[in-house]
Write a protein that binds this ligand. Sequence first.
Ligand code: C5P
Length: 239
Amino acid sequence: LNAAAVVPAAGRGERLGPGAPKALRELGGVPILVHAVRALARSRAVSLVVVAAPPEGVAEVRTLLEDAGLGTLEGTSLTVVAGGATRQESVRLALAEVPEDVDIVLVHDAARPLVPVEVVDAVVRAVADGAEGVVPAVPLADTVKQIEPVAPGRPEPVVGTPERALLRAVQTPQGFPRARLADVHAKAAAEEFEATDDAGLVERFGGQVVVVPGHEEAFKVTRPLDLVLAEAVLARRRA
Ligand code: C5P
């Protein structure tokens, strides 16, 4: 198996509060991005990691990862490129650095630093078994309502309640055949179609995406409370 991982890490992380770009905030004294790249490099299938960094921070991110020993990890090489204005553009720019002889591409949010290697391996395996797109996912704890958008400050009318048992919250890494992902990103860019995840692009252009079990520790660090939870998970692992 020959897989590359693309890591969009160019977001500012404004929902986390003021400070450094999200991927560079620290967790247990180590930047979130370093945790995320290590988690991917732990998989024996992953031979290349391409990070999309904030455009003004490419050199800094490269140094940071090299200092963490990730430039020279046995069996895994590292590339850092400038990311784009949206997550989707960051993924497309990083994907351009993946050589054509790579069969499988994973896309993993830098903001999911604690994903267990078992999830990474399960996604790779499902792509190797022939899936056109693979997403790790977990059932929802909360009931979800669809609302009608109204002017800010007004109560939003509920228009529907999808059956919770049929819903999944999807995580990353998401996995794809490399050529397939490159194709849907090119089409989406040409049509200016934006999705909130990469599997959404495969779905849009007619591919069949499948779900594998995700993990509660693969949550995305988005808001301040997520950092508290991530610190606790890390402390438990180190205990
Ligand atoms: O903002 P959100 O949490 O959805 O971001 C998901 C991932 O996409 C993060 O790892 C973030 O760094 C990345 N991103 C990016 N380029 C952007 C915006 C977000 O690489 N322009």
